[in-house]
Design a protein. Structure first.
Lengths: 96, 381
């Protein structure tokens, strides 16, 4: 594996580098759902807004696959992290 | 193009049950094993679970088998190097009726070697920092219980299998079980036929449909259950908390996020769909105990299935109608924690003709056919 002087960060929330992604590919994993859970890419506060599109492009080119074969992780709610207090009726009224 | 692959054992389902079965078959010296997974390993219920592992159940079968599973969790985590800890479960009790019921449960647990006990409010405060105990009377503590990281656990087991030569076929969907008279002969998949004299169906919520292809209708029902995780924080406390009154749980994962769940009314076979009323309910239960959660963010919300059997116990073992066909399904929300022992039991059914633990033999399909159900009451979340 190539050694980089300056690591290339793929996922800023979880500090995952391109080298780590390549290591997982060498182990034989070929889909984004597994790479997500092996490296935690896309599991931080931004929920994969930057790293998942980057990885779709990288893997589609590298593995010569259609994006749908890469098993793109679904977007799960909420769209952005939200404080739990907004789900407690009394506190919500107090904030309104 | 249709291809044909030949093997000794075909396992349908790359979740904890199927992977654990392959693991124990290899350990017992079976060499040719193929696992078929329709999406990616763990994609069914394993990676949607709440990570908790306990033996504090209400039936002899569950208590004994989960206790054995807990022994295996420890051994496997040491052998394979994944995160597992016995942080305990704390069942928060808020009134005399609950206390009475849990005293009786503790007596059952103790009689099968599971050392649960009633603890005081002060003990709860020592185990769970910054908990508001004003609404509780006391708690049931289960020190043997704990949690494992499902990703690390499954990936490390799968890594072991790959190095032992097991083929784990992902994005390959089993569509039909093939039989020749009373003998199973293989599995038809979206990528061709896999021939083998032994087929194990450990396909979670797809198990019923797959077994129907050989005209056996297992009484399994898929019920959606909801879970939400917060952003990650530094380690706050180790035990998994259960609010006995509402059937809610909260646990901090090894990575730091708090996973929460609660019981909400759901229809059998409903599509797993997020519901805002779930977030309201789970938030109100846990903010009462952990007021600092107010300022913690919900990060991600998912819905998975509990595959419910008529008596809340899994069906594990051979299907008498068809030689060579085995199932492991209907875990009713407890498939992850039971995974290690389930694989061992199935390997024993396949190699020895019966499991070494008598309680395990009672969980085969025979009990359903004979109407000898074994009821479990402690299903939460």
């Amino acid at each position: 594996m190539r050694k980089r002087a300056n690591p290339i960060i793929v996922c800023r929330c979880e500090d995952v580098t391109l080298d780590e992604v390549e290591k997982i590919l060498e182990k034989g994993y070929r889909d984004l759902e597994s790479i997500k859970r092996l490296l935690r890419v896309g599991m931080g506060p931004c929920q994969g807004r930057t790293c998942i599109p980057l990885l779709i492009r990288l893997l589609a080119r590298r593995l010569k696959k259609d994006p749908e074969e890469l098993l793109i992780p679904p977007s799960r709610p909420p769209l952005t992290p939200i404080p739990i207090r907004l789900f407690v009726e009394d506190e919500k009224r107090a904030e309104d | 193009m249709r291809s044909v692959l030949k093997t000794d054992v075909v396992i349908i389902g790359g979740g904890i049950s199927g992977i654990s079965t392959a693991f124990w078959l290899i350990k017992r010296g079976i060499k040719n094993v193929v696992v078929v997974e329709k999406a990616y390993i763990g994609s069914g219920s394993t990676f949607k679970c709440a990570t908790g592992i306990r033996a504090s159940f209400t039936s002899e079968e569950h208590v004994v088998l989960m206790r054995e599973s807990i022994n295996l969790w420890k051994a496997l985590s040491q052998e394979l190097g994944f995160s597992y800890m016995r942080g305990g479960y704390v069942w928060l009790l808020s009134n005399e009726d609950q206390l009475k019921a849990f005293r009786e449960l503790s007596r059952i647990h103790n009689s099968f070697g599971v050392p649960t006990r009633i603890i005081s409010v002060e003990d709860v405060e020592k185990l769970v920092s910054k908990i508001d105990t004003r609404s509780i009377l006391c708690a049931l503590y289960d020190p043997l219980a704990g949690k494992a990281d499902p990703f690390e656990a499954l990936y490390s087991m799968a890594g072991f299998l790959r190095s032992a030569g097991v083929r784990i076929l992902q994005q390959v969907e089993a569509t039909r079980i093939l039989q020749n008279g009373p003998q199973v002969v293989g599995v038809e998949t979206t990528k061709g036929i896999i021939q083998g004299p032994i087929v194990v169906v450990a396909a979670g919520y797809e198990t019923r449909g797959l077994v129907k292809t050989v005209d056996v209708d297992l009484p399994l029902k898929n019920v959606p259950h909801h879970a939400v995780i917060t952003e990650a924080y530094k380690r706050a406390f180790d035990p998994l908390l259960v609010d006995a009154a509402s059937g809610s749980y909260l646990v901090q994962t090894f990575h730091g996020g708090f996973i929460m769940g609660t019981e909400i009314e759901e229809r059998e076979e409903a599509q797993p769909t997020p519901r805002v009323d779930f977030l309201y309910k789970v938030a109100s239960v846990w903010i009462k105990y952990l007021p600092w959660l107010r300022n913690v963010n919900f990060l991600r919300y998912w819905v998975g299935y509990y595959v419910m059997s008529p008596d809340n116990h899994p069906i594990i073992g051979p299907l008498p109608e068809i030689d060579g066909l085995y199932v492991a399904a209907g875990f009713s929300g407890h498939g992850f924690m039971m995974g290690p022992i389930v694989g061992k039991i199935l390997a024993e059914w396949i190699i020895d003709g019966k499991p070494s633990i008598p309680q395990a033999a009672r969980l085969s399909y025979k009990r359903i056919e004979e109407g000898k159900l074994i009821h479990e009451k402690a299903v939460i979340g």
